[in-house]
Each structure stands twice: as structure tokens, then as C-alpha cells.
Design a protein around this ligand. Structure first.
Ligand code: DHB
Length: 307
């Protein structure tokens, strides 16, 4: 057993589900409760329920996935009502918040203060709501909104970040996250607005936004590792990092922990393999740690060597 913590909340092992896939209904969340996932992350919620974008809006592709779901969710009140029903699984419950305005976010975060959720992941990086840019790419707005959110929350709150690609942008965002004392960061969200083409049909593969959507899976793993590594260099050491992006094996988990993560989330692989992936990946990770002679996550965390 390789226990870990995120923002002071204990996990039995470091592997659980990413916000998004198969986590929007009580049935799906129950499957997660019964699975080997170390925590239950619930679908990013908005103030009101949403149908999301027109289908097809998710496609498996050879080394990952493309999605433009458009935040289909039951509305935050339902997730607050689900939380006590999921307590019996004895694992942390994570609410993902993705309101469409500052007011909506404040309303949801305030309501979560009295709900039995353990962590809040505030989503700065949904690429799929038409007409809504990803807040994580606007440092001023991020700073302003985080200041207001951190002021009212009583829960350990972290942020889900979009992928960054330039060191200057990492530095700008890290300074804002440090200043606002967020408790953890989850990186990365999908690489937004990717385009996948079916050459046979000479056509895009998803309907929303004329085919543009969030890229996940193995394609994004090197970018995700780079984000985890850079933030582990730049953030206050009290801010935990949750890695996500292209994890499909115990070796992938090991790499993210070497880069500086204390825990990891599984998105595309969960979508493709369903809940059995958590047990398999945990077993592979345990075997690799034992083979290498490491006994704790701390033995590995951040110890990436350079040349
Ligand atoms: C959706 C996609 C995301 O990457 C995200 O962070 C939130 C929502 C979606 O399309 O539903």
C-alpha cells in the first residue's frame, strides 16, 4: 500500500479518476466508489444542469481521445446531494467546479462549504463551452477570481490547469497560485482545440465547434509531465501536484511522481478500459515500486534526475 495525501487529505494509493469521464450520474459515481480508485472525482458542475454539446462529441482515437462534451452535468445541487451517498466508500470525494461566471462559481463554492466533500477542484480550463475562453490562459482574470474564491472557501481548494507551453507562462501562473495559497494544482486538462481528421470520409470526427476538441491520452503525456515538473519547481512546496494526462500504466504513474506529483488521475484510459483500470494500474505501480526497492511515495516524489 502506497498511501499519499493531496492538500492534507489521505489517499490509500495515488490513483483515481480525472474529472470528466463516467462521473456525471449517481450510477457512474457508485461504480467509482466500488472500484479501486483511491478517490471519487465528480463531473465538473455548473449552476444549472446542462445537456452539453451535440453528438458525436467524444471519439476514441489511436493513442488517445478527442472530446467536446460541453459540460453536460446535473447541476451543482445534485452533486452536493450525491456526496453523502458516496461517503460509505470511505474514500475522498472531490467536487469539480466549472461555473460559467464568477457569480455562479461563488454560489457553488459557498454551497460546498457545508457539503461532505473533501476537496474542491476549481476548473480553470474547460476548452469546450462555445464562446467561453479558458480562464487559465488569462492571468489577470485568474488572479482576480482566485482571490475571491479563496476568500470564501472553507475546503481545501485546488485548481485544474490548462497545459502551458512556454516558461514565461508557467512563471506567471505559478506566481498567482502561490500568492493565492491554492492547496493543490491538477495538471493538465486536455490540450484544447485539437483537430482530428478522418481521411476516408474527408471529415472531422466530432460535431461541436466544426471538429475542434480537447485532446487526451498518450498524445499529451509529455506535455503533462512537463507541466507537473515545471510547477513542482515553481510552486510553494506546500502546494501538492496531481498529475493527469496519458496515464495508462504503473510506469506512467511512476514517471508523474518522479516529476513531482503526489497523486495522479486517469481520464482517457478509464473511458476506454472502464473501472478495472484502477486495479490494474495500481498493481503495476506497486510491482514497479517493489522491484525498484522504494517503500513510499516520498522516496520517489520529485527525484527526477537531469543530465
Ligand atoms: C469539459 C471538458 C473539459 O476539458 C473540462 O475541463 C470541463 C468540461 C466538457 O466538455 O464537458
Amino acid at each position: 500500500m502506497l498511501k499519499t495525501t493531496v492538500a492534507g487529505i489521505e489517499l490509500e494509493h495515488p490513483i483515481f479518476n480525472a474529472a470528466g469521464p463516467l462521473d456525471a450520474t449517481l450510477e457512474e459515481l457508485t461504480v467509482l466508489g466500488e472500484s479501486h480508485a483511491a478517490a471519487i472525482t465528480m463531473k465538473s458542475c455548473t449552476l444549472e444542469a446542462r445537456e452539453g454539446n451535440p453528438e458525436p462529441r467524444y471519439q476514441d482515437i489511436p493513442h488517445g481521445s478527442l472530446n467536446s462534451m460541453g459540460l453536460p452535468n446535473l447541476g451543482y445541487k445534485k452533486y452536493i446531494a450525491f456526496a453523502p451517498l458516496l461517503k460509505k466508500y470511505n474514500k475522498p470525494i472531490i467536487a469539480s467546479v466549472s461555473g460559467l461566471s464568477l457569480e455562479d462559481n461563488l454560489t457553488i463554492i459557498q454551497a460546498l462549504n457545508d457539503a461532505p466533500v473533501d476537496l474542491i477542484e476549481f476548473n480553470l480550463s474547460c476548452p469546450n463551452v462555445i464562446g467561453k475562453p479558458q480562464m487559465g490562459y488569462d492571468p489577470e482574470q485568474t488572479d482576480d477570481v482566485l482571490g475571491k474564491i479563496m476568500h470564501i472557501t472553507k475546503k481545501p481548494l485546488g485548481v485544474k490547469l490548462p497545459p502551458y507551453f512556454d516558461f514565461v507562462h508557467f512563471e506567471q501562473i505559478a506566481a498567482i497560485l502561490n500568492r493565492n495559497n491554492v492547496r493543490f494544482v491538477t495538471c493538465i486538462n486536455a490540450i484544447g482545440n485539437a483537430l482530428v481528421i478522418d481521411p476516408e470520409k474527408e471529415q472531422v470526427i466530432i460535431r461541436p465547434k466544426n471538429g475542434f476538441g480537447g485532446l487526451g491520452g498518450a498524445y499529451v503525456k509529455p506535455t503533462a509531465l512537463a507541466n507537473v515538473r515545471k510547477f513542482s519547481e515553481l510552486l510553494n512546496p506546500t502546494i501538492d501536484i496531481v498529475g493527469v494526462g496519458g496515464i495508462s500504466s504503473g510506469t506512467d504513474v511512476f514517471e508523474f511522481i518522479l516529476a513531482g506529483a503526489t497523486a495522479v488521475q486517469i481520464g482517457t484510459t478509464f473511458m476506454k478500459e472502464k473501472h478495472g483500470c484502477f486495479e490494474r494500474i495500481e498493481r503495476e505501480f506497486n510491482e514497479l515500486m517493489a522491484k525498484k526497492g522504494y517503500e513510499t511515495i516520498e522516496d520517489v516524489k520529485g527525484n527526477l534526475k537531469t543530465l
